[in-house]
Design a protein around this ligand. Sequence first.
Ligand code: GDP
Length: 139
Amino acid sequence: MAGNITFAMIKPYAVKQGFIGPILAIINEAGFRISCIKSTKLGRKEAEIFYSIHKSKLFYEDLVEFMSSGPVIAMILEKENAVEEFRSLIGHTDPAKAKDGTIRKKYATSVQSNAVHGSDSDENALIESDFFFSKKDRY
Ligand code: GDP
């Protein structure tokens, strides 16, 4: 059964470019409830752990460097079938392949700097939410 939460992040370059407001507006309009949100910065070690699944990839080092280069906005989003719904709202990993109207089509600048992260499974949504938010911070 599909879960009702996903973990999302606005990535450093989108934050730097001032896209927090417009991206949050799209998330709101799509019917997600933002149940937890914070501005934070990943340390290098944290970025390594968060993206450890990609450790063997050629882009891993650049990704870790990029994700720890500045503040991010971390959040837990609630909606029925949240993981799939959010993945469809953000669009393809590569913004050049993302559909019109998706967040990545509008705000991503490259495959790496693709504006937002969204969990890819219910299991990872829980793991990633736990990574950023303690239980007492969840409403
Ligand atoms: P996602 O689930 O759509 O975010 O994509 P993945 O889980 O496959 O990749 C995680 C993140 O790694 C992506 O969001 C990108 O920021 C980055 N990434 C993925 N593929 C590439 C690539 O080929 N080159 C670079 N530089 N970064 C990549």
